[in-house]
Design a protein. Structure first.
Length: 140
């Protein structure tokens, strides 16, 4: 797996957190606050819940900033054919592996998982969403 980020493991699963992908949807800590607590360090306490509960919550992450590595299979979950989802008043989510080609010729390999692309134009991390749509009140 080529993604960079912080890893939190319980031996059965590893949660990979890629901060640059986070759109601050807050689903993680609203859904499983014993595990995901942004006020604590480390903010992910993987021993605070079972692997199945953590897997379900991580799979609900809309941006793909949180992903699961199943240590038994050594494969990132979820995977599959790319598909696109439009979040109301938020980013464009691309689910699945793809190569993003930019206007200047640069390419970004987006591994299996989810990539959030900015629609509001305010992201400091273009073309990726950084959650700025909330700050600017983007509607669309």
């Amino acid at each position: 797996m080529s993604e960079q980020g912080k890893r939190y493991s319980n031996g059965e699963i590893t949660v990979l957190w890629q901060a640059e992908k986070c759109i601050h949807a807050k689903r993680c800590f609203h859904g499983l606050p014993d595990v995901f607590d942004p006020k604590s360090r480390p903010w992910i306490r993987i021993a605070a819940a079972g692997s199945d509960d953590i897997r379900r919550q991580v799979n609900d992450c809309p941006s793909g900033a949180l992903t699961i590595v199943d240590e038994r299979q050594h494969a990132a979950l979820p995977a599959g054919q790319p598909c696109i989802e439009l979040l109301p008043d938020g980013p464009l989510l691309v689910h699945g592996a793809l190569t993003l080609k930019l206007y200047n010729g640069d390419e970004h390999a987006c591994e299996a998982g989810t990539t959030a692309l900015c629609r509001c134009g305010a992201s400091a991390n273009k073309p990726f969403c950084d959650g700025s749509h909330r700050r600017v009140g983007f509607k669309g």
